[in-house]
Design a protein around this ligand. Structure first.
Ligand code: NAD
Ligand code: DAU
Length: 363
């Protein structure tokens, strides 16, 4: 029998993936009600939540996942049966410069949510293990970075790979995954976890590679490529991640983890060049030169993981999930979206894309 969430708490739902998930699920599920808890850090934006389908079933709350009193109150007030946990500090470069916030949000925040939901569902509502598995879900969103770095000949990460996190970000995510796992094994708490590869698509904050390259290119700025540009990432269009999470919620087995990815391994330099080529076609530079001329090789990220690749076979075989986009279709849609949404970019970054629009279109 498939699981149906009724009253869902989404954390981090004003961020990149969380907002895409909220948008996707409100459109795909006509009955679910979503309470969206987000602290609106530099990465969380209400602009990501404009024009939601089924907006009357979405309720936004500004707040911190480390605030136990607030979480307790939200769970009770909204009779939450399902938690989908995205909230995190998510940027590897920031974790190198300031790891403390990553431990607080990613580890302590996840712990706070787990404890609050355990108290509510198990101590207060007194649900036994069978009822919990059938009627409650805590879904934790994690990353492939917990598995460490692959060599060129290694097979893609499977769910059985050992955890070998290398950055403060991935170590804090690994810590949160372990807590989620421990709550299942110790308390029979009804968890599922997904470990996903690099996402890209609309509403991606322009500190991450793909949106940064698109927007820098349009502003005539340098396009920074770390090291030799040969590091490999495995890219998934963000709504494919959303559909995978929805599928795991519906049909995933509690206590299980599922890897999510689209079999799209790419070298960073190839991604940057592909974006430049699409921009050359959709929005050529006024001076007739190619965007690729803006590429600059810069100092490498300390401890930069060389290669990530996800084996999504378990999710495909056991739950019948498949991504809808290839990298080629997804990256084109993404570039198009940024070109059509420069006002969004201007609002979330404070950069003057308006000048660029004026120069380009005489607006
Ligand atoms: P993001 O940085 O865009 O969004 C994170 C959101 O969490 C923001 O809206 C922020 O305001 C909110 N937040 C931060 N601290 C908070 C707190 N203490 N309380 C409440 N809200 C808080 O991140 P994203 O890229 O959307 O990633 C979402 C989740 O997916 C993260 O858990 C990340 O580890 C995971 N993930 C990301 C990727 C990726 O490629 N971006 C891939 C795999 C997994
Ligand atoms: O693999 C999943 C992870 O993907 C998520 O868990 C993280 O939250 C998410 O931020 C992302 O991490 P990465 O470090 O892989 O993403 P980022 O966009 O920062 O970088 C992608 C690659 O591009 C990486 O090899 C570093 C490189 N890079 C990045 C930036 C910002 C550059 O070469 N130049 C840049 O300016």
């Amino acid at each position: 029998m498939s699981y149906q969430a009724q009253n869902m708490l989404v954390t981090g739902g004003a961020g990149f993936i969380g907002s895409n998930f909220v948008r996707y699920l409100l459109g795909a599920d006509a009955s679910v009600r979503i309470v969206n808890l987000d602290l609106l850090t530099y990465a969380g934006k209400l602009e990501n939540l404009e024009d939601l389908p089924g907006a009357d079933r979405h309720h936004f709350v500004k707040g911190d996942i480390c605030d136990r009193e607030l979480i307790d109150k939200l769970l009770r007030e909204h009779r939450i049966d399902t938690v989908v946990h995205f909230a995190a500090e998510s940027h590897v470069d920031r974790s190198i410069h300031g790891p403390g916030e990553f431990v607080r949000t990613n580890v302590v925040g996840t712990f706070t949510l787990l404890e609050s939901a355990r108290q509510y569902w198990m101590a207060e509502q007194k649900l036994d293990k069978a009822a919990l598995a059938a009627q409650r879900r805590f879904h934790h969103i994690s990353t492939d970075e917990v598995y460490g770095s692959l060599g060129p000949q290694d097979p893609p990460f499977r769910e059985t790979n050992p955890y070998e996190p290398n950055s403060p970000y991935s170590a804090s995510k690994a810590g949160s995954d372990h807590l989620v796992r421990a709550y299942f094994h110790t308390y029979g708490f009804p968890v599922t976890t997904t470990n996903c590869s690099n996402n890209y698509g609309p509403y991606h904050f322009p500190e991450k590679l793909i949106p940064l390259i698109i927007l820098n290119a349009l502003q005539g700025k340098p396009l920074p490529v770390y090291g030799d540009g040969q590091n490999v990432r495995d890219w998934l269009f963000v709504t494919d991640h959303a559909s995978a999470i929805a599928r795991v919620l519906q049909a995933g087995k509690t206590g299980e983890t599922y890897n999510v990815g689209g079999w799209n391994e790419k070298k960073n330099l190839d991604v940057v060049e592909q974006i430049c080529a699409i921009l050359d076609e959709l929005s050529p530079r006024k001076d007739g030169k190619r965007y690729g001329e803006q590429i600059r090789f810069v100092t490498d990220r300390p401890g930069h993981d060389r290669r990530y690749a996800i084996d999504a076979g378990k999710l495909e075989r056991e739950l019948g999930w498949k991504p809808a986009e290839t990298f080629e279709t997804g990256i084109r849609k993404t570039v198009r979206w940024y070109l059509d949404n420069l006002i969004w970019a201007e609002k979330v970054t404070g950069s003057a894309y308006g000048d660029w629009i004026a120069k380009q279109y005489g607006a």
